[in-house]
Write a protein that binds this ligand. Structure first.
Ligand code: BTN
Length: 250
């Protein structure tokens, strides 16, 4: 059972850190409490999914990780991913009255561009999740010029899409509160909530799956976040991991 009923305390704040996820993993091996929050103004080695870097300039983004001790079966990791993605979307919509969506499995998307991402890292013993670190990076106050050239086409910020002043603390508090309610089961959030936020349900997508380029429609997502891609010959492919592109992008 979770040991506390709020997320976000204690708070460990860094002006600069290599990665808030790494800091949380280090702290977890020293016995840090469930709910401990790691926030950085900038990261020198921010990391993303599939060993990518997470661009983390000072003053522009929200970079944080929260440490959990779920003590649940390893399969439950998918719930943490889908619930954190839904929490981010709901928090943004509540605060800015602006709908954003999810691109499989957990990219935060708006206007066909990436607004943020989530990296879950776990330590698992005997099929039980001992530590789970949920790291969230959101582009808050970037203008287009603040992104490196190679990211400009595919990336956006909350300020660009909403045209509003976007402050880190308000959004952070709201995300933790919503996600905390899901995590401690005061509110239910399952695959149906994720599907409502998905920006490409039944739409054409592309994926390089084990070296094979597949195009088709995205549907039938399961609670483990695997999905069925129905390709142009009608064949159904079960996809469990990888990186999809919305077909309009390729
Ligand atoms: C992705 O979309 O690839 C996931 C990006 C996750 C980035 C966040 S920023 C805070 C936390 N610390 C990290 O090093 N990564 C996550």
């Amino acid at each position: 059972m979770p040991s506390s009923l709020t997320l976000g305390t204690p708070l460990i704040h860094f002006e600069t850190v290599d990665s808030t996820n790494k800091a949380a993993l280090r702290a977890s091996s020293n016995g840090a409490a469930e709910g401990t929050l790691f926030v950085a103004e900038t990261q020198t080695a921010g990391r993303g999914r599939q060993s990518r870097k997470w661009h983390s300039p000072p003053g522009l983004g929200l970079y944080f990780s929260v440490l959990l001790h779920p003590k649940t079966a390893a399969l439950e990791a998918n719930n943490l991913v889908l619930q954190s993605a839904v929490a981010v979307c709901n928090a943004i919509e509540e605060l800015y009255d602006y709908p954003v969506g999810i691109k499989w499995p957990n990219d935060i998307y708006s206007e066909n561009k990436k607004l943020g991402g989530i990296l879950l890292e776990t330590t698992i013993t005997d099929n039980t999740i001992e530590n789970a670190v949920i790291g969230i990076g959101l582009n808050m106050r970037h203008s287009v010029e603040d992104f490196p050239n190679e990211l400009r086409e595919k990336t956006t910020s909350l300020q660009i899409v909403t045209g509003k002043d976007c402050t880190n603390t308000l959004l952070l508090d709201r995300i933790l509160s919503i996600f905390g309610n899901y995590y401690f089961k005061r509110e239910k959030c399952g695959i149906n909530e994720w599907i409502k936020r998905c920006v490409h349900m039944e739409k054409r997508i592309y994926i390089n799956h084990n070296g094979v380029a597949l195009r088709g429609s995205f549907h039938e997502v399961s609670s483990d976040l695997s999905f069925i891609l129905k390709d142009d010959s009608g064949h159904k492919n079960k996809i469990e991991y990888g990186e999809i592109s919305l077909d309009m992008e390729v």
